[in-house]
Ligand binder design. Structure first.
Ligand SMILES: C[S@@+](CC[C@H](N)C(=O)[O-])C[C@H]1O[C@@H](n2cnc3c(N)ncnc32)[C@H](O)[C@@H]1O
Length: 469
């Protein structure tokens, strides 16, 4: 890595103009004094002024930016920016704040800072960036340290204030998933959705070593308490399974014998009013599985444009009245912010009278939850990277609970299990470069009658399993 730059930019509305002017005036003065000190060769004074400049920027810009309310940053724009940064070859790492972005970049060839900023600006239409981002040159070593810090912040630190409490989740397709993973002594397995530890417990009982990942601190606390007896055969990782490969490699785990993902939310997440997932319980409109994630359902409902809300309801909830509901949400939020689950449920119910058993808000709540947690995006990243973690003969098992998830798993598994691909325009089928696995079951496994009776929440579960060649 050569010289790199840390660029800090923010949305114009995030910092008041007068604060910026104040900062710019003091900065100009400090820079003039630094120039004089440089001319006189006064290195001590120069160092002191550099420090003053740094703390001025922290005080006037960086700290206020960390205090910008969450609702300030539209999630669609943040997504668009993240996509653009990910795709930009000059970008080594980045961190998104509520209304700001810090980017570590290395300029190559003809590329320059202004063109890079233009690219990011173009990727976020409708977003007004500050006109003078803060650019700080970094040595290769500083850059590498910053990159490492970014990587670590993708994982959350474990949150000590969460206790195991009363965490009750009935594990779905327990026997089927455990059988599919063939746990045994000497095997190393990953449970990418540790939850209350129901699947993991059986894997540990069979003698395997398990790496359990969960983004919910309450789930991790519950699983740790429940599985304490297994000592160091269980390793709990706080983070999103979309980063499973990096998180495990960082801990020295290159390949494992099996990977399980029991996608979706756990019963305690739905049942705890404070988490804001359910319209049946009055609670804050939150829905974040990871409580320190940047955007909640309230952020989307109160700040996203009407068309974006309608798209979310349609795409993730297949809600036919998506447009009418989005329109009503926008009308209501103009009168007062929508902050609770029951407030949103009654807004939806006013648009969509109840028909049959299902509450009219069911589909919209599902859609918002999927959007808040970027559930399909995370699943997609896990699917794309999961096979690379497996040894030959290792199994990849995924349990899903609705058709959008199942469709993604089905398509991906079918794709990697096809030795050849054919297209009408090709004279003959061609080898499939992604071919790497075989289907373990011809059809997905679903809960048996006894499980359905004992746990009605399992009714839509499907388990698909592939084995790496
Ligand atoms: C259905 S529960 C798993 C239950 C678990 N198999 C058991 O038997 O107790 C799903 C868990 O996955 C977690 N989860 C969902 N999406 C995640 C993601 N992208 N990264 C990490 N954890 C995730 C949720 O927080 C939840 O605790």
């Amino acid at each position: 890595m050569g010289t790199c730059y840390r660029v800090l930019m923010w949305e114009k509305c995030a910092l008041p103009e007068n604060q910026l002017e104040d900062w710019a005036a003091q900065r100009r003065e400090l820079l003039a004094r630094m120039r004089d000190a440089g001319i006189k060769g006064s290195r001590g004074l120069l160092g002191q002024l550099e420090k003053e400049l740094y703390s001025l920027t922290v005080k006037k810009i960086e700290l206020p930016l960390t205090q910008t309310p969450r609702a300030a940053f539209s999630f669609a724009r943040a997504e668009a920016l993240a996509q653009a940064l990910k795709a930009d070859s000059a970008v080594l790492a980045y961190r998104l704040g509520t209304a700001s972005a810090e980017v570590l970049m290395e300029l190559q060839g003809d590329d320059d800072m202004a063109s890079a900023q233009t690219r990011w600006q173009e990727a976020t239409p409708g977003m007004e960036w500050c006109s003078t981002p803060i650019v700080q040159a970094m040595s290769a070593a500083e850059g590498a340290a910053w990159q490492e810090a970014c990587r670590c912040s993708e994982e959350e630190a474990d949150t000590p204030e969460y206790t195991s409490g009363d965490f009750h989740h009935v594990t779905v397709l327990l026997n089927e998933a455990v059988e599919a993973l063939q746990p045994a002594e000497g095997k190393v397995l990953v449970d990418a959705t540790l939850g209350g530890g129901g699947h993991t417990e059986r894997l540990l009982q069979a003698g395997a070593e398990v790496w359990g990942i969960d983004q919910d601190p309450a789930a991790r606390a519950a699983a740790k308490a429940r599985l304490a007896a297994y000592g160091d055969r269980l390793h709990v990782i706080a983070g999103n399974f979309r980063n499973a490969v990096e998180m495990l490699r960082k801990r020295g785990v290159q390949q494992v014998d099996g990977l399980l993902a029991d996608i979706g939310i756990s019963s305690p997440q739905v049942d705890c009013a404070e988490r804001g997932f359910s319209f049946l319980h009055e609670g804050p409109l939150d829905m974040r599985m990871n409580p320190s994630a940047p955007r909640s359902a309230a952020d989307i409902v109160n700040t996203a444009p009407e068309a974006e809300i309608a798209d979310i309801l349609w795409q993730y909830g297949e809600e036919r009245a998506s447009r009418a509901i989005a329109r009503r949400i926008v009308q209501e939020r103009a009168k007062a912010p929508i902050t609770t689950t029951t407030q949103l449920a009654s807004i939806i119910a006013a648009v969509l009278p109840r028909k049959g058993k299902q509450h009219p808000a069911t589909r919209s709540f599902q859609a918002l939850r999927i959007a808040v947690n970027d559930e399909l995006g995370a699943l997609d990243e896990l699917l794309q990277s999961g096979l690379s973690l497996l040894k030959s003969g290792g199994r990849f098992a995924v349990i899903t609970f609705h058709s959008l998830e199942d469709r993604a798993v089905k398509r991906y598994f079918e794709h990697v299990c096809k030795p050849e691909i054919d297209r009408p325009e090709w004279p003959a089928p061609r080898p499939n470069p992604a071919y790497a696995a075989r289907q373990v079951y011809r059809k997905p496994l679903t809960p048996a009658e006894a499980e359905l009776t004992a746990n009605p929440r399992s009714r839509s579960a499907k388990l698909r399993v592939i084995e790496k060649l």
